[in-house]
Design a binder for this molecule. Sequence first.
Ligand code: CMP
Length: 155
Amino acid sequence: MEQTVVLVKPDGVQRGLIGEIIARFEQKGLKLSSIKMISLTDAILDEWYAHHKDKPFFPGLKSYMKSYPVVAMLWEGIDVVATVRTMIGITKARDAAPGTIRGDFAMSQQYNLIHASEDVAAAEREQRIIFRDNEIFDWQKIDEVHIYLDTERSR
Ligand code: CMP
């Protein structure tokens, strides 16, 4: 099944929103395959945000992402990449829709609490950057039969 990488950014960690964010994904019916707290390095961030490297906000973004640890998670579900992107809301948090994580808890374009992989290729790339194979758990979530139809799960 598809997987996506989520980071609770330093502002989310500082503001005590790790539990709230995990709860939203759990309540949605997604499966947690990995979770850990890490400090991001220059090497990780240069690769992670390579597409932003020429943007004026890049130096500030890097120092913000290194300022405190982040909580990295791997979530699994059908079409989970798009689902989680919808759940987090748009980058500029004060304009994000109510009901989304950014829309409910944040105001800033930079301090927007959370990262989620943009597409499936990014999810695979980010997974390789953050997680070792032995940190990813392939376990059976027994309520899955109540979350998806059999025909959805066998797609
Ligand atoms: P995200 O969309 O997860 O990934 C890129 C991050 O860069 C974004 O979240 C913000 O944290 C940050 N960012 C994007 N645009 C700006 C901006 N104009 N000024 C400052 N930070 C930004």
